[in-house]
Write a protein that binds this ligand. Structure first.
Ligand code: NAD
Length: 466
């Protein structure tokens, strides 16, 4: 039974969504000039408030400013700039051929906005993961409600305060809150839902969307393997793996979850990883301004449970009150324990040694399809072989996470790691419907499709279809 408060919340939410829908129907959001203005205003909102955003990210995750700038703010600038530059091209109708029977005619595919969309963000990149889908939704001409994660309250509050000051408030709303508020939002009918987060809630989102036949994009996670072949440049690999894993204290959906290599390579790679950790975060990472914190106590406790699942060879220190976990390397881990059964989503890097490296694809394919797959090797044929045999949302050879910076690459999962994609034109496509249009003229009305049918018409039809 819904409480009175929940019922009142539902009423407020539905009034708000109805308001956005009325505005959408006015046609204003379809204008290219309106879309451009909103995108420019969003960029201005970030530029005017950069310092506030960096502080909020620091408050939520102790995110170092430079890291926050690279992975959230500059990412959004390039996303917005790319959309502004490409919008005209994306909106252009694409001509296709018309069949002989329908001549004279003009056929084309025309993108159109979906309507009013819901964007639900996650806490680990609380700015980028909420606003980058919004960039795509605006570019495609939609109205939107954004729902930031309640686990990153400083960034959530700031977005909620600033958004109405910069964007057209007839078209956009930011609704803060947790499970109750999200549940109320999911009761509404949307034209698309984009959700970023874990798969447990992903299933709730999809079930709620199914009631209204609403399409969904689910940006989920999973265990992203990092294969290091014997011939890899281990010095470079060590730097790139440590960066990929320990940025944002490992709370990145595309962080390398574990390293997969031969025993011999593990023996050579381990001291290099340890050295890079020391170079990046010093003797006492806890005192480093460049190392973040876990989002909350509960996640810190969850992560500390993994430390018993193998041999800790670096790090392992935890301070639950400070939400601190040292950058940690593990070897000899139990493959059936939590650390290898669940997505780690924190600063622990297990190094898994394969007795026979040629089993690398089998190891990956026995598990859920990952969001990202990393392969360090100098051998292009080996990289091609692994890429062609192993399915993953995204992949990167000889680096971690850098594919995110290529605006023309789609970003999204496959199988358990998600469905649908965004970034650049792929985001525009996600929030658009591609309408098929045929425009005919009234002259020349070939009558072979009309009754009464006849042998002559049939003969002609056969001739046309060969
Ligand atoms: P989270 O706790 O922030 O939840 C995500 C959103 O779901 C939040 O807005 C939250 O309010 C909402 N939510 C939570 N419980 C709900 C419920 N019962 N009903 C309705 N809504 C609810 O995020 P999380 O799940 O802790 O995020 C971590 C996961 O997200 C990891 O698996 C990670 O890999 C994945 N992730 C994926 C991407 C990606 O782009 N693919 C990015 C970041 C995180």
């Amino acid at each position: 039974m819904l409480s009175d408060l929940a019922r009142a919340n539902d009423r407020d939410t539905s009034t708000q969504v109805a308001g956005l829908r009325t505005y959408f129907r006015s046609g204003s959001t379809a204008e290219i000039s309106w879309r451009r203005r909103q995108l420019s205003q969003l960029r201005k909102m970030i530029a005017d408030n950069e310092a506030h955003f960096l502080r909020a990210l620091h408050d939520d995750l102790r995110k170092p400013h430079q890291e926050g700038y690279l992975t959230e703010i500059s990412f959004l600038y390039s996303d917005i700039n790319h959309s502004l530059k490409s919008l005209k091209k994306w909106l252009r109708p694409r001509k296709v051929q018309s069949p002989l029977l329908a001549q004279p005619a003009r056929s084309y595919v025309q993108p159109e906005p979906l309507g009013v969309v819901l964007i639900i963000g996650a806490w680990n990149y609380p700015l980028q993961l909420l606003l980058s889908p919004l960039v795509a939704a605006i570019a495609a001409g939609n109205c939107a409600v954004v729902k930031p994660s309640e686990l990153s309250p400083a960034t959530s509050r700031l977005i909620a305060q600033l958004l109405p000051r910069y964007l057209d408030s007839d078209a956009f709303a930011c609704i803060e809150g947790g499970v109750a508020e999200t549940t109320a939002l999911l009761e509404q009918r949307w034209d698309h839902i984009m959700y970023t987060g874990g798969s447990r809630v992903g299933k709730i989102i999809m079930a709620a969307a199914a009631k209204h036949l609403t399409p969904v994009t689910l940006e989920l996670g999973g265990k992203s393997p990092c294969v290091v072949a014997d011939d890899a440049d281990l010095a470079v690999a060590a730097r790139r793996i440590i960066w990929g894993k320990f940025t944002n204290a490992g709370q990145t959906c595309i962080a390398p979850d574990y390293v997969l290599c031969s025993r011999e390579t593990a023996n050579r790679l381990t001291p290099l990883l340890q050295r890079v950790l020391w170079e990046m975060f010093g003797e006492h990472p806890r005192e480093s301004a460049d190392y973040g914190r876990i989002i909350n106590r509960q996640h810190t406790l969850r992560l500390s449970d993994y430390l018993g699942d193998g041999e800790v060879i670096s790090g392992g220190e935890v301070d639950v009150d400070d939400c601190y976990m040292a950058p940690t390397l593990m070897r000899n881990v139990n493959l059936s324990a939590g650390v290898m059964q669940e997505e780690i989503f924190g600063p622990i890097l297990p190094i898994i040694e394969l007795d026979d490296f040629s089993n690398v694809e089998t190891f990956i394919n026995e598990r859920e399809k990952p969001l990202a797959l990393y392969i360090f090797t100098r051998d292009d044929a080996l990289a091609d072989r692994i890429l062609s045999r192993c399915s993953s949302g995204n992949a990167c050879v000889n680096d971690c996470m850098m594919f995110m910076l290529a605006q023309d690459l789609p970003f999204g999962g496959v199988g358990a790691s998600g469905m649908g994609a965004y970034h650049g034109e792929h985001g525009f496509r996600t929030f658009s419907h591609y309408k098929a249009v045929m425009r005919r003229r009234n002259i020349l009305d070939i009558n072979i499709r009309y009754a009464p049918y006849s042998d002559r018409k049939m003969k002609f039809l056969r001739m046309l279809s060969k």
